[in-house]
Design a protein around this ligand. Structure first.
Ligand SMILES: [Zn+2]
Length: 241
């Protein structure tokens, strides 16, 4: 047998769509006790893991205990996070993000909902790569479908209660300035927007963040066959011929 779709989704929601070992996005739900060893298809035996962690741990029965401990720890951490947001211990509240009014939109319109949680320790570069990979994956896996991005951010606050520089930059410049044309709707803590133009499907395969644009960065981009350079503070995409 295999996990039901509902069990898989619940396991992923409880993990905020992150690997319960390394906390990277892009997870599949695996059996903690493999089926060959009598593992069942219950939520208790389900662990969302990224492919790297699955390769390391998946088939090794001795590590089942560790996986379960790490899974329980991560689920608890995410549950506490949600409880702090909603002041509730009800599990229904835990799925509220996915059940919000606007989250139903993509289900009716056959759009693809992309949910991403930026963790407190994620840097700007890491977050840029996670978001870019997820949008690209949705584009390649479901071509032509409307993409709706839902962004959550933990921590990253400045002393005055606003976002720190990295997360302001991520929302204002990277998402609105660069990634927006490849999406139809964008729901961020700072602002939610629908794009007026038709969603583009030519999101570049590779994206590398450099902190300053200089000759070295430009030469590297040309050498490695990049199609362009996006300059964040100018909201500009410079094509490389
Ligand atoms: Zn992992």
């Amino acid at each position: 047998m295999a996990f039901s779709g509902k069990t898989k989704l619940l396991a992923k929601i409880k993990s905020a769509f992150r690997c319960c070992i390394c906390h990277d996005p892009f997870v599949e739900v695996h059996h903690i006790v493999p089926q060959a060893y009598g593992g069942d298809d219950t939520l208790d035996n389900a662990a969302p893991l990224c492919s790297s962690c699955h390769d390391l741990y998946g088939g090794n029965p001795e590590k089942q205990k560790i996986i379960r401990q790490m899974r329980d720890y991560w689920w608890q951490t995410m549950e506490e996070r949600q409880r702090n947001l909603t002041n509730s211990t009800d599990l229904d509240e835990f799925t509220r993000i996915a059940g919000e009014e606007n989250f139903k939109g993509p289900l009716h319109s056959q759009g693809i909902a992309i949910y991403h949680l930026v963790l407190q320790d994620d840097s700007f570069e890491v977050s840029v790569n996670h978001l870019h990979q997820q949008v690209l994956y949705a584009q390649q896996t479901f071509p032509g479908r409307k993409r709706l991005l839902y962004l959550d951010i933990d921590g990253h606050r400045s002393s005055d209660g606003g976002f720190d520089h990295d997360m302001f930059e991520l929302q204002r410049h990277f998402l609105l300035g660069f990634l927006c044309p490849f999406l139809s709707e964008l729901y961020m803590p700072l602002i939610s927007v629908k794009t007026r133009k038709l969603q583009r499907n030519d999101n570049p395969e590779k994206l590398e963040v450099c902190t300053e644009l200089n000759t070295e960065a430009l030469n590297k981009a040309i050498d490695e066959g990049y199609s362009g350079i996006w300059v964040s503070d100018k909201d500009k995409w410079l094509e490389i011929e």
